[in-house]
Design a protein around this ligand. Structure first.
Ligand code: ADP
Ligand code: MG
Length: 334
C-alpha cells in the first residue's frame, strides 16, 4: 500500500488566501519526494495540512491517506498518535523549535515517555541511542539548546523526529539555515536514515539542487499548485515548465552562493494567494506565455514518461496531431 496519498488537497486561510489549490501526491515507503518552490508558494502550508497542524480558521478539504487512513477525518487522539508514530516533521530553524530552558535529552525523551509508555530508564537509553544515531555523543543529552551549534541542533531535531519510529518524515527546509558544509552533512544523515529505516521522506526546499541530489522524485509548486512533477534529476536538469526551468537555472549546483537569490531571469514574486492572476497563475512572469495563458487554466499534462507539467506547451503536436487538436485539448481541459 502507498505510504502517503494526497488527493485534491485545498487550504484557504481566513481572508480568502488560497494557499494550496488541489494538490495530489503519492509516496511509497523508502522513497523520497522533494517539493520545491519559491517562498510563498504554499509548501509549508501543505506540510502542516498533512498532519492537521494548520491554525484554526484555515479551511481544508481533500484527502490525506497515511497507510490508507484519512488523517483529515481522524479523531484528535488518533491524529496525535499519528504525529509521533506515523509521521513527524523536522522544521527549519531548530533554535525556535527546541525549548531553550530544557535539556535536549529531556526534549527527545518526552515523546518516548508519552507515546511509547516507556520507563524513565528506557527513555534515557533510547535518547542516547538516537543521539548517537544522528552523529552526536549520548552525553550531549544534558546540553541546553544554546550550548549546541546550528548543525547539532538540527541533528537533535532529527533525533526527536525519529523518537517514535515514524513511517514518514516531513522535512520543511531542514538545512536552509545551515552553512553549506553542515547542510551537506545533514542531508547525508537524512538520506542514510531514510535508507536504513525504510521510512518515507517528504523534503521541502526552495533549493532545487538540494532536492535533486537527495530525492527520487520532485514536485515543483507555484501559487499553491504542483506545476511540474517527475524523476528528480530530470526535473532539475531538463525541466519542462517555464517556472521549473527558472528555478533550476537559479540553483544549478548545491551550495552555489550565487544561487541564494531569486530565480534567474524571473522578475517579480509569486502572487498573493488572495489575489491570484487569471488563467495560468504563472503567466504574468512567464517568458513563454501565449495570449491564451492569461485566460486558460493549465492542468497537469503528460510531459514524457513518468513526468507531468501544467503548461500550454506540453503535449506539443506530435505525429498525427495538429495545432488545431492541440488547441482543442487545451479548451476541453479547462
Ligand atoms: P512557503 O512555505 O512555500 O513559503 P507558505 O505555505 O508558508 O509558503 O505560505 C503560502 C501563502 O499562504 C503565503 O502567501 C502566506 O502569506 C500565506 N499564509 C501562510 N500562513 C498563513 C496564515 N496563518 N494566515 C494567512 N495566510 C498565511
Ligand atoms: Mg515555508
Amino acid at each position: 500500500m502507498t505510504l502517503l496519498e494526497v488527493r485534491n488537497l485545498e487550504v484557504t486561510y481566513p481572508g480568502g488566501a488560497a494557499a494550496v489549490r488541489g494538490v495530489d501526491l503519492s509516496l511509497a515507503a523508502g522513497r523520497k519526494l522533494g517539493i520545491a518552490g519559491e517562498s510563498g508558494c504554499g509548501k509549508s502550508t501543505l506540510a502542516l495540512a498533512l498532519l492537521r497542524l494548520l491554525p484554526a480558521g484555515a479551511r481544508v478539504s481533500g484527502e490525506v491517506l497515511l497507510d490508507g487512513e484519512d488523517v483529515m477525518t481522524m479523531k484528535w487522539g488518533q491524529v496525535r498518535a499519528v504525529r509521533w508514530a506515523g509521521a513527524s516533521i523536522v522544521f527549519q530553524g531548530a533554535m525556535h523549535s527546541l525549548n531553550p530552558v530544557h535539556r535536549v535529552g529531556d526534549q527527545i525523551a518526552e515523546p518516548i515517555l508519552l507515546h511509547r509508555r516507556a520507563t524513565a530508564a528506557e527513555a534515557r537509553d533510547k535518547t542516547g541511542e538516537l543521539l548517537e544515531h544522528v552523529g552526536l555523543p549520548a552525553s550531549r543529552a544534558s546540553a541546553y539548546p544554546h550550548e549546541l551549534s546550528g548543525g547539532q541542533r538540527q541533528r537533535v531535531m532529527i533525533a526527536m523526529a525519529l523518537a517514535c519510529d515514524p513511517r514518514l518524515i516531513i522535512a520543511d527546509e531542514p538545512t536552509t539555515a545551515l552553512d553549506v558544509m553542515i547542510q551537506a552533512q545533514i542531508l547525508r544523515l537524512i538520506e542514510q536514515l531514510v535508507a536504513e529505516q525504510d521510512v518515507g521522506l517528504v523534503m521541502i526546499s526552495h533549493d532545487l539542487a538540494v532536492l535533486a541530489d537527495t530525492c527520487d522524485r520532485l514536485a515543483v509548486m507555484y501559487a499553491g499548485r504542483i506545476v511540474e512533477e517527475g524523476p528528480a534529476r530530470q526535473v532539475h536538469e531538463d525541466a519542462r515548465h517555464p517556472y521549473a526551468k527558472a528555478l533550476s537555472a537559479a540553483f544549478p549546483r548545491i551550495g552555489d552562493p550565487a544561487s541564494r537569490f531569486a530565480p534567474r531571469g524571473l522578475a517579480g514574486d509569486p502572487p498573493d494567494p488572495s489575489e491570484l492572476p487569471s488563467g495560468c497563475t504563472f503567466h504574468p512572469r512567464c517568458p513563454e506565455a501565449l495570449d491564451r495563458c492569461a485566460t486558460e487554466d493549465q492542468p497537469l499534462r503528460d510531459a514524457g514518461p513518468g513526468r507531468q507539467a501544467a503548461c500550454v506547451h506540453m503535449g506539443a503536436p506530435g505525429p498525427g496531431r495538429t495545432a488545431a487538436t492541440e488547441d482543442e485539448d487545451a479548451r476541453s481541459t479547462t
